[in-house]
Design a protein around this ligand. Structure first.
Ligand code: CTP
Length: 411
């Protein structure tokens, strides 16, 4: 094996016996095409849905189910030991139960016992099975032990039923895995496990009439990066998303809103039991004083009516002043064009939040791009500069500052 080969991150894709096994083929494809060395370990039931030939052809590796094949290579130990990430997708109720109880009656369950790397489960099953207390307790046990269990999506299930239990979009599961792997040696350290974090993202739109609105250029990328990285660090995440083109991240509870007042209501509700709230949304400070129910028409020979504006609630200031629970951490963002640091410091004091991520914006800076540069100001006087880099790196630094502060107040 040459060096380039060895440098490819090794992923074990465990597949258990659910109809969503066919969607795991797309996850496999994305993993291999992005340079991962993937070994598929299906259960015997999974092979009823998708055969061995598909798994081995798509992965370029043998896809074995039992511990009795190639015994001289000790696969029941080696595969788990060598992995950088194990992802079980779909994970059935039966597989979750076996994993929670440490059963090891096939190659996949053996691999789960020997893996020392991060383990991600993407459950998919009928709503009744997901909500059954037995499944819920198994999920809680796995999470307590450090596994990352992605909550299933809500939507169409096998047959005509709909509900919670749907396999999340394979592209979103891939993103989740990519984020976990990107954390490198820190991936196993889930310092936000057991925490509920609320993140707002994207821009609000304030309607003037049924077809027009006042909006802003926020892409939502920074807020989505914060939500995705928090989930990869084990948090339960509620993402309150303003208008953005971005797909919903896997395992994150996404609430879509339009206006600042809808954002206000959704954030306050989600914040009631949150450990931390991060306001990355670009909230309109003002909205048109009057909403015209019919389309505003031009009238020949007449000047247009001026648009008068009224203030929207300042959500960050309100969250900071009235903490929903003791020790709740509130983080704000400040987009500044001039006197960036001085304005940032003044804003931190004015808003009363614990951390303020200050970045410089302009025609070509921050909005819509994949990178960001910032200084994170803390109420205790510390300043953390974050050099230009991916928005995910800034998101990680925000959580690096949040996690120890949370541990101080509520270990
Ligand atoms: N924010 C908010 N509610 C608003 C406006 C802003 O919660 N009505 C939050 C944003 O999500 C961000 C922070 O406040 O976290 C800073 O927003 P920014 O627009 O940069 O600051 P402003 O308070 O609007 O100050 P100014 O317009 O003077 O720059």
């Amino acid at each position: 094996m040459d060096k380039r080969e060895r440098e490819r991150p090794r992923v074990v894709l465990g597949v258990s016996g659910g109809i969503a096994a066919y969607k795991a083929c797309e996850l496999l494809r994305r993993l291999t095409e992005s340079g991962h060395d993937v070994r598929v370990v299906p259960t015997a039931s999974a092979l009823h849905f998708v055969g061995e030939a598909t798994w081995s052809a798509l992965s370029g590796n043998p896809a074995t189910t039992e511990v009795w094949e190639s015994v001289h290579e000790v696969p029941h130990v080696r595969i788990g030991q060598a992995a950088d990430l194990v992802v079980v997708a779909p994970a059935t109720a039966d597989l979750l139960a076996k994993a929670a109880h440490g059963l090891a009656d096939d190659l996949l369950t053996n691999t789960l016992l020997t893996a020392r790397c991060p383990v991600v489960f993407a459950p998919a099953m009928h709503t009744e099975m997901w909500e059954n207390p037995a499944t819920q307790e198994n999920v809680a046990t796995l999470r307590r032990r450090g596994a990352l269990v992605i909550d299933p999506a809500v939507g169409r299930l096998t047959g005509v039923d709909t509900g919670k239990g749907r396999f999340p979009d394979p592209a979103a599961i891939f993103e989740f895995c990519r984020r976990v792997l990107a954390r490198g040696p820190r991936a196993a350290e889930q310092d936000l496990a057991g925490r509920h974090v609320v993140v707002s993202a994207g821009g609000t739109r304030e309607p003037l009439d049924p077809v027009r609105y006042l909006g802003n250029r926020s892409s939502g990328k920074q807020g989505y990066a914060l939500a995705g990285t928090a989930a990869a660090r084990g948090a339960r995440v509620t993402l309150v998303a303003g208008n953005t083109e971005l797909p919903d991240p896997a395992g994150v509870d996404v609430i879509h809103i339009g206006t600042a007042r809808q954002l206000h209501e959704a954030v306050l509700k989600a914040a009631a039991d949150a450990d931390a709230v991060v306001m990355a949304a670009a909230v309109a400070d003002f909205r048109p004083a009057v909403y015209t129910t019919g389309k505003i028409k031009k009238v020949d020979g007449q000047e247009p009516e001026p648009v008068s504006l009224v203030r929207n609630p300042d959500i960050l200031a309100e969250l900071s002043a009235e903490r929903a629970r003791p020790g709740q951490l509130v983080v704000g963002f400040a987009a500044e064009t001039d006197d960036v640091l001085a304005n940032g410091r003044a804003k931190l004091a004015r808003k009363g939040c614990d951390l303020l991520v200050v970045n410089e914006v302009g025609e070509t800076k921050a909005f819509g791009s994949d990178g960001n540069e910032a200084v994170i100001l803390a109420a205790d006087g510390t300043e953390t500069p974050v050099p230009y880099g991916p928005k995910e790196a800034l998101a990680e630094t925000v959580w690096d500052l949040v996690a120890p502060r949370l541990a101080e107040t509520r270990p």
